[in-house]
Design a protein around this ligand. Structure first.
Ligand code: CA
Length: 624
């Protein structure tokens, strides 16, 4: 989800302007070809079919032809707008990489021809492993992290230029800036990188966040080029960092050429006047929902400048599926973060994931399921046994309920369902999920209060929250700047929770990428996270160990992670005072261990019968 921008009401109803020209009246020079998407493809894919979207003046009046033994035109589709032609190709499974020639015929003769490349797939491409619970993800907003190339801050012809003084403007960060700081990220210990969308957002305002795409196949020139993104992925891989791409099925920018000149009215949900989604994803599984509410949820627009795509249109859905596969194959991705998972048509999302996993069986996708309740979040995860039989096929979902709990539990008094019991009770509901080990755990993100602000700038709560997401089952994610105690409240405006990383710009007075540039407390936070991540990286009990937890008592919550040859004990003390924890009631998990090592402090405990824990703390112990 992204910035909700309040603009003066103006009905932005899309109307397809059909060229009512009669074929006979069109001259050959009135027919042009502007682009073909995908721009190229590969041989050796599991799906032998390929849909080409061909765009250009009156191109729909032509007939496509390919003369090849191994690639045939199985069908083509003309739509209501003559500026489009959809060509369905069938690629023989044994086809070698080739440059095809597509002939466009008009009045029975070839008007023009265009080359089309079928490339060789990367070796082992289908066997790529997606991100998993052994990873720690780092989320950053490319416009706000580091400016590696001040020369691209403003680009002629783009609707919005650099204005670093505007919290909602473009600040100049880019892909080169990310590439330049991979050593910093590797040093921190993260193993996967998720960037907010980097595709072209040629919009007059609020274009920095990337969620209103104007070209699904092009990196925004103010962030870099497609080739630079591929280089960034390669550089990440050399450092053992996976790359997760943010993709959006639900909407595009109203400035997108396909929205300005749509193939058909059916590509976008039409309303008599501007109709915003009610953002009530509960309508999807609510047994009492009205059709009105559900339609409003699914078919309302995300915002004035984000038309709601109708994924029920088979040509559009195919376009979106192929776009995702194209980026995985082209850029060698390790995962996709799917924006606003509940908002597109549910069957379309399932078809999208099914197509992806047919090509890449070991891949991973995390869906943004922004719900307050575990039950409603679980609905959107793959293999959750939903009463209505729905299966999204999306392996990982965001755990927003946990986010809300982590921002409250450490600052409230212990109660039956408050304090640490809030977290305990959330975890107890993991039975609802298709696979609770694949949930994405986080303390904040680009749409939420900065964690450090949300918890009242309390260093103890900070350590407790981050320890929780790094040690309990799931895939932890940290938001850029969390490691340096960045502050900001969502109520101030999204620009204030997406501030520039200090030191990312040459002109910055402070450089938090280096030890000397950070304050004492920032270094304390950074060092703490670095130790935690370094320890987590090689710990199978944390990656995939069984979890057993105990009902919180007296403000003490304890859980264990157990693998074949390791047991990790994690103790949370939510009291304002130091406590002595007697471990008798945990005997079933202690496995007769007598001593323990705290991997963060390096402290050794020689008698685990009674363990001293400090006030408001999280303690990790490797039992020995
Ligand atoms: Ca720049």
């Amino acid at each position: 989800m992204q910035a909700i921008i309040q603009m003066p009401f103006k009905a932005l109803r899309l109307t397809v302007l059909f060229t009512s020209l009669i074929i006979a009246g069109i001259q050959a020079q009135d027919i042009r070809l502007s682009r073909i998407e995908p721009p190229f493809w590969w041989t050796g894919m599991n799906d032998p079919g390929l849909q080409l979207l061909v765009y250009g003046d009156n191109i729909g009046l032509t007939t496509p032809r390919i003369t090849s033994q191994e690639v045939t035109v199985s069908s083509f589709t003309r739509v209501r707008n003559d500026n489009y032609l959809f060509i369905e190709l069938s690629i023989n499974g044994k086809a070698e990489p080739v440059t095809l020639r597509i002939d466009f015929l008009y009045k029975d003769s070839v008007l023009f021809s265009r080359p089309y490349e079928l490339e060789q797939r990367r070796p082992g491409s289908a066997d790529r492993r997606g991100f998993s619970s052994s990873d720690v993800i780092y989320l950053l907003m490319p416009d706000r992290f580091a400016n590696g190339d001040p020369g691209n801050d403003s680009v002629a012809g783009m609707a919005e230029q650099r204005d670093r003084s505007n919290p909602d403007g473009r600040h100049g960060g880019d892909l080169q800036g990310v590439t330049d700081h991979l050593n910093y990220l590797a040093d921190l210990g993260i193993t996967a990188l998720w960037m907010n969308p980097f595709l072209e957002n040629n919009n007059p305002k609020y274009s920095y966040h990337g969620y209103a795409i104007t070209d699904f196949y092009r990196t925004d020139p103010r962030l870099g080029t497609n080739e630079m993104f591929v280089s960034l992925v390669e550089a990440c891989h050399r450092k053992g960092i996976k790359v997760i791409m943010d993709q959006i099925l639900n909407h595009a920018s109203i400035q997108h050429p396909f929205m300005q000149d749509p193939p058909d009215e059916s590509w976008v949900h039409q309303h008599p006047e501007f109709t915003r989604s009610n953002f009530r994803a509960s309508t999807i599984m609510d047994p009492y929902t009205s059709q009105y509410d559900r339609d409003r949820m699914l078919n309302g627009w995300f915002d004035h400048h984000m038309p709601d795509l109708n994924q029920k249109d088979p040509l559009l859905l195919r376009y979106l599926i192929q776009n995702s596969i194209w980026w995985i194959e082209y850029a060698n991705l390790d995962g996709i973060r799917l924006d606003t998972q509940p908002y597109p048509d549910g069957d379309a999302t399932a078809a999208w994931s099914s197509a992806l996993f047919m090509e890449y069986p070991f891949f991973n996708v995390v869906g943004e399921a922004w719900m307050q309740q575990e039950s409603m979040t679980a609905y959107f995860q793959k293999d959750t046994p939903n009463p209505d039989g729905y299966n999204s096929g999306i392996p990982t979902v965001t755990d927003f309920p946990l986010y809300y709990a982590l921002n409250r539990s450490f600052n409230e008094k212990e109660g039956w369902d408050e304090g640490l019991a809030r977290i305990y009770l959330l975890r107890a509901q993991d039975y609802l999920y298709g696979d609770p080990d694949k949930k994405l755990l986080f303390c904040d993100n680009h749409d939420l209060n900065r964690f450090y602000s949300g918890i009242g700038e309390d260093m103890n709560a900070y350590r407790m929250g981050l320890t929780y997401i790094m040690t309990s089952p799931g895939i932890p994610m940290i938001y850029y700047g969390t490691e340096i105690l960045t502050t900001g409240f969502e109520s101030q405006g999204h620009g204030f929770i997406r501030t520039d990383f200090p030191g990312g710009w040459q002109e910055d007075a402070v450089n938090c990428f280096i030890v000397a540039g950070r304050t004492e407390s920032q270094n304390e936070a950074f060092d703490f996270l670095q130790k935690l991540l370094s320890w987590r990286k090689t710990n199978p009990a944390i990656h995939s160990g069984k979890m057993i937890h105990f009902v919180p008592e007296d403000g003490i919550y304890v859980f264990f992670r157990e693998s074949e040859d390791a047991t990790v004990m994690v103790i949370f003390n939510n009291n304002d005072s130091q406590k002595m924890v007697t471990t008798e009631r945990f005997a079933e998990c202690m496995n007769g261990c007598t001593s323990a090592l705290d991997p963060i402090t390096g402290e050794r405990i020689n008698d685990v019968g009674t363990i001293r824990v400090s006030a408001k703390s999280a303690t990790i112990l490797e039992l020995q």
